[in-house]
Design a protein around this ligand. Sequence first.
Ligand SMILES: [Cu+2]
Length: 377
Amino acid sequence: MKNVLKTVNKEITYFFIIGSVLFLSACKTNSSSNSVLDKTYEGNGDDLPKVTQVMVPPPMLPKFDQVENGGPKVILVTFTVEEKKIEVAPNDSIWAFTYNGTVPGPMIVAHQGDFVELTLKNPATNTQMHNIDFHAATGAMGGGDVSLVNPGQEVTFRFRCTRAGVFVYHCAPGGLMVPIHVTAGMNGAIMVLPKDGLKDENGNPVTFDRAYYIAQQDFYFPKDKDGKTENFATVQQSIQALGESIKTLKPTNIVFNGKQGALLGPNALKAKVGEKVLFITSDANNDTRMHLIGGHADLYWPGGKFSNKPFTDFETWEVPGGSAAAVLYRFREPGTYALLDHNLIEAFAYGAVAQVKVEGKWDSSLMKVVRKQSPLQ
Ligand SMILES: [Cu+2]
């Protein structure tokens, strides 16, 4: 009996020691692999399947899966730089610098762990050197150092999407050319979704029915002595004048998606009552504060980074210059909503405003007119 007890005790001690070692090593592994500080990567994407993503003009997004379908991929994207005159407001045109012809440039969508392989083409008809700095990329000035192309050149580089969220990209050819190119329209955003999609405030999976990309853009139009916008014949003349006008730090034009009224009236965003809409909002240069009149941000990822728990019930969400933010809202009432910069001067006097037209049935459990306008009694 004594011997049996001794053996059992020995075995318990043995299992206790083994168990403790396993437990401690598990803790060590978890603590090192869970922190964003300690993540390491292998491979450079050479062996991964390649998928071409067809770019579309904002506010629309390209086709994508909300939850990753299959393993990591290399997403092939082509941007062609267009230097062209665009009309931002009536009688206000500027030589704009664009990726694929739009302000902002097209949104790229990837999943965490994918690579984005960008080919940047600078046609010989252009006049300037351009490149691209992805805030989602790591190293080499976000790709700016490896992507500088002269007119008549193209370049291809690849970066791993290590962090989930929405991130700005922009041209950064060096010195004063950086703010000149960015405020001439050369910016956009990329969305890197978590592999298993978005999560709500309780950590449960959440999907969306539509997604729109809205970028606030500040322009600094050079003015003549009468205060009228100068109409330059060449890009070179425009750049020289912009070198001075941007230093005022006072935008002459503040708009959504490159043009006054770009997202108003017939161009309004659309949704239906009951739909969940993801709004991705960016500003590559200035701070802004977005507000949906008559609605809220059900879920708001500050700084647009999806690995963080979203805030709920926000009325106005911040977009610091050089970043993007993401908001998910489920529309509960029909009507025309205004999505705007809640610096109301920038919204109503300049044009930093969009509309969302929502179809559906009115829900009087949320609002009811008790008595219509009538003479004072
Ligand atoms: Cu550029």
